[in-house]
Design a protein around this ligand. Sequence first.
Ligand code: ADP
Length: 382
Amino acid sequence: MTFPVVGMVGGGQLARMTHEAGIPLGIKFKLLSDTPQDSAAQVVSDVVIGDYRDLDTLRAFARGCDVITFDHEHVPTEHLQTLEADGIAIRPGPEALRHAQDKGVMRAKLDALGVPCPRHRIVSDPEDVARFAAELGGSGGFPVILKTVRGGYDGKGVWVVRSSKEAEEPFRAGVPVLAEEKVDFVRELAANIVRSPHGQAVAYPVVESIQVDGVCDTVIAPAPDLDPELAGRAQELALRIGKELEVVGHLAVELFETADGRILVNELAMRPHNSGHWTQDGAITSQFANHVRAVLDLPLGDPRPRARWTVMANVLGGDYPDMYSAYLHCMARDPQLKIHMYGKDVKPGRKVGHVNTYGDDLADVRERAAHAAGYLRGTITE
Ligand code: ADP
């Protein structure tokens, strides 16, 4: 058996869908998961249950893997460096991953590369936040955005504060706090690329990502009415960041588009990303398939879209725990609908799946995605 074994750290839905993409290629997966109930642990046959923060667990897991990759960015850098010194291929590598683990490290690096970002600096306490707001001058000042540099996701770890009094909460976590100007963006975009160790890279079409309460709700591919020049700049920027940071695998560059035609980098993610889920049904090669190819240093697949428009809508948990009974109506209403469920318990607000729709008429494609996601959640009843 010469087919390689990909070791995946983390048992969430990204691991589950990456595993799914490896199946037709005959790629073996080995999973390190917190619990047997995790999304990917339910479907991968070779599962180790253990703590990714424990070096001995990681070392034992890495034995028998040809390469290690990740469902999340939380494995301690020093552990990854130790594994690398043991001769294990870590993709993306620990140096690259630091920029996705720590927003302070990411901002400092992007500044050094001259990449446009929201104005920002690390702040020491609520009074320092007030000084930062004053420094912004002009159209700046309060409100400002505060972020803990580590540990945030889906908007947890992000605060909009209007005064130094409101700025106390973020400092309670005992983690450095990054202050940013509150960007008056017209919309959020994502420029997603995949890069392999030998330097090949592919860029997906730039997408629009619509957040509700800090959580991604809908992604439209490609971003409607996006100036082609700006789209090209966003793709080039993502390719350049991928190269400079020596990212291997999927890199999502979350962007703000401003009214005056600028693009500012909000965030980097070095793994398959919610803004790329549309590619499962809407691109010739999905982000998951290309991530697998990249970490194995295989030639990358074509990232071009299969349809004029593809829309992804996340399915969040609602008050309606039985989503399966909604399949009858959703599938009957829209035979082209693609449903991707993660096997997770339904809890209010939790991402439990997503749907993809595609076609030529954007309004129709959006309506079908929103309807299916809402019906599965239980907020739409007919
Ligand atoms: P997370 O890591 O939790 O996803 P992000 O840094 O991506 O956090 O921020 C979550 C959301 O908060 C963004 O998608 C955006 O809507 C908003 N946000 C973050 N930073 C800024 C900013 N500087 N200006 C305006 N809005 C912001």
